[in-house]
Design a protein around this ligand. Structure first.
Ligand code: SF4
Length: 272
């Protein structure tokens, strides 16, 4: 199926699963077909499809990794109506906060912050100091997952910057897929990109990225849970070093998603 110009330039797609005019409910069959058709397409095409399919209800939640900066560049240069948001845990590197401001200035965009209910100090009072050292899953639940839930409320599509080669979990993803935990459509425009392709895009478009990448931090999260990696190490080896934990839970997956009757209605309602 060729979704070429039709994806970017209009709604009508041969085969009839997208229609112009009134929006039709999302169905698993539609997502599977669109995902297959968009696999390998440029990120701008994938993002344009999402912006057209879910007008006003698409959000990109960035963690300011190089991939996220690339997507901000694409969204801004193509003037795509996609909201830019980040979860500010209050524990990011100074360099990350500086990058946040730099991206806003460079592209003339606002990257909104969603924050945990408790400040770091309040969390220490409620759960003890340095919770990330004793119970990082709990800390991530409080400082990342709970704000993310608020961030995604009322949305229909969630753009992410994950790539297949990053983790075994992410290798199972599709370009367009159901995100069952939050009842959304998840859009992964960079899924098939290699780290070399990301670096090439950064160079070609002079995209601002975190200077910590040059200091041995290929993957950057909260400062207390991120360390530099040695040459040859897995790029994410510096995240929660010494623990089995490899994900904060933002991109958790269920083993499979059966095509259920009623799924479309659930997704329209934003049900988990
Ligand atoms: S990455 Fe570390 S500091 Fe940040 S929320 Fe998770 S456990 Fe807490």
């Amino acid at each position: 199926m060729d979704l070429g110009p039709a994806v970017v330039g209009g709604w009508s797609v041969e085969g009839g699963f997208l229609t112009s005019g009134a929006r039709a409910p999302v169905t698993p069959a539609e997502l599977a077909a669109v995902s297959a058709a968009l696999a390998g397409r440029p990120p701008a095409d994938v993002l344009a499809w999402a912006a057209r399919r879910f007008p006003g209800r698409v959000v990109f939640a960035t963690g300011f990794g190089a991939e996220g900066c690339v997507l901000i560049d694409v969204i801004a240069r193509h003037l795509l109506p996609i909201d830019l948001v980040t979860v500010d845990t209050g524990l990011l590197f100074d360099e990350t906060y500086a990058l946040w401001r730099r991206l806003e200035e460079r592209y003339g965009v606002v990257i909104q912050a969603v924050r945990p209910e408790q400040t770091v100090h309040q969390q220490a009072q409620a759960h003890g100091d340095r919770l990330w050292e004793r119970d990082p899953d709990r800390c991530c639940a409080l400082r990342k997952l709970s704000p993310l839930k608020a961030l995604l409320a009322g949305r229909e599509a969630w753009v992410t910057a994950i790539r297949r080669e990053q983790t075994q979990l992410r290798a199972q993803a599709s370009v367009i897929e159901v995100e069952p935990l939050h009842g959304l459509v998840k859009v992964n425009p960079l899924l098939g990109w290699t780290s070399a392709e990301v670096a090439a895009h950064v160079r070609a478009h002079d995209v601002p990225v975190n200077p910590l990448h040059e200091r041995g931090y290929p993957s950057i999260g909260c400062a207390p849970c991120t360390s530099p990696v040695a040459p040859g190490e897995d790029p994410r080896a510096g995240r929660w070093r010494g623990r089995e934990k490899t994900e904060c839970g933002l991109h958790a997956r269920r083993p499979s998603l059966p095509a259920q009757p009623g799924l479309a209605a659930d997704m329209e309602a934003g049900a988990p």
